[in-house]
Ligand binder design. Sequence first.
Ligand code: NA7
Length: 541
Amino acid sequence: MDTGDSRMMQDVIVVGAGLGGLCVLHHLLEAGFAASCIEAGAGVGGTWYWNRYPGARCDTPSLEYSFGFSDELQQEWHWSEFFAAQPEIERYLNHVTDRFDLRRHITFDTKVVTARLDESDWKWTLTTDDGRRWIAPFVVMATGCLSAPALPDYSGMDTFVGLSLQTSSWPGEVDLARKRIGVIGTGSSAVQAIPELAKVAGHLHVFQRTATFTYPSHNGPMDPAVEEAAKARYPELRRLERTLSNGIAGFGGAPMFQPPRPVNILESTAEERAAVLGELGWGACRAWSDISTNAQANEMAVELYREMVRRTVTDRLAAEALSPYGYPLGCKRPVLDTGYFEAFNRPNVTIVDLRSDGIQAITESGIRTSSSDIDLDVIVFATGFDAMTGALDRVDIRGRGGRSLRDEWASEGVKSLLGLQLAGYPNLFTVNGPGSPSVVANMATTIEHHAEWITACLLHLREKGLSAIEPTTAAQDAWADRVNEIASKTMYTAPTCNSWYLGTNIPGKRRQFLPFVGGLSSYIAICDDIAREEYRGFHRT
Ligand code: NA7
């Protein structure tokens, strides 16, 4: 073997040191495996390392978007806000890294470019962008669901003489005071950044292709009583999270997480709808049982939402531009904000509705739409990610017989068993892979569950003297059918729906719904049953 190999004979190589990679690494080391981790960034955090844009914040309550594997950790850590901002989450993940002595197992500033299976001895060889080779029988891809940025392809992109920034790789502190800023996109990242940018910009133009469903987060400083109550029964609350469909118990109670009432909007009177609107405000549109199954009911609920936009945004034309049309509530991931619509009441903020005034080109001096040239000092691309599969298929992964994961997914669609393993790619695991609840649940909970499952699986193989595990094609096909079938009954896959869940934000990507939306609790039960039944649906060698 090449003596230049930098990490010979590790048991496991973990790719990525975000929440997923750190959690898996810790579990594997605790279980006695020789594990090391390769990370593209200069520090830990993954999403929370790269997305440093102003306003970047988690949309799951901090008390729950955190690890439960150590009670000491969850007792000692104090979250300053109900929904933590990026710097605090990054600090937390650095604390976790040092507290559990993980840093010495991580190689930073190093990107995995290929992963190849050698079937003769069940070893994976990874190559990294510095030319090194890494060899181990097991690989865990903890590469993140939203970590492969997507950029538009407007003509003239490279001619702009001002500053081009991406929310997904924000360079830290940037002085934007009094600058003419253009933001492209109105997804979660933009919705978080816009109120902050508006405070400092000379003028802010927001280029919107699709109006967003966003809800006030009611974020604020952590209430000491809430924190104390949570800490008094943290282990029990962590167990509770796993019995819920989204893994969020809502302790500390964001109104956003309230389930719908047992009432149908189709059967409601105008007076009843007005009363619910008066009582719940932005939450009124989500309060009805029939909106997730009936298109007409959904449209009635969307109208309640538009009414809230009209009540909040003072300029009539801006309110109309910011109102969602043409796709149902429950199609895209809901966004939580702090003062998003209110930002459009400032004199220095303008919405550019690309539905009627599309971008023609990026020019030397700014952005050209069909109606005008807008001069800018800074363009912020908040244009999203090649979600769920992008970070995996940007690595050239070759399994049995040299088959390519990227080609296979492009030609046959994305398939996995439980979002944990792929037929044809033995001993390669994915954390929060496509086909798992991941992005539709509390990511911290789903990650911990995957870390436990993968570690238990490797211990099982070791105990039984086995060297390889992979899904059977039949089990994988059945799981893919199940993922699709459940999603097909929801607004996530409505014919008018386009979203990164479906991959339709990426030109040429196959339209396919990627996460499992059958509920976290039932997913965990399925995974645990399968493990208990000697890894039913997996082939072991
Ligand atoms: P999102 O939610 O994918 O948002 C990307 C936004 O960028 C969205 O409004 C897109 O409009 C818009 N977009 C994408 N390409 C273009 C082009 N070419 N022109 C104009 N506008 C464009 O990504 P985020 O980073 O905001 O959030 C990702 C997740 O991170 C979020 O859901 C949370 O889970 C955290 P579209 O809707 O596609 O018409």
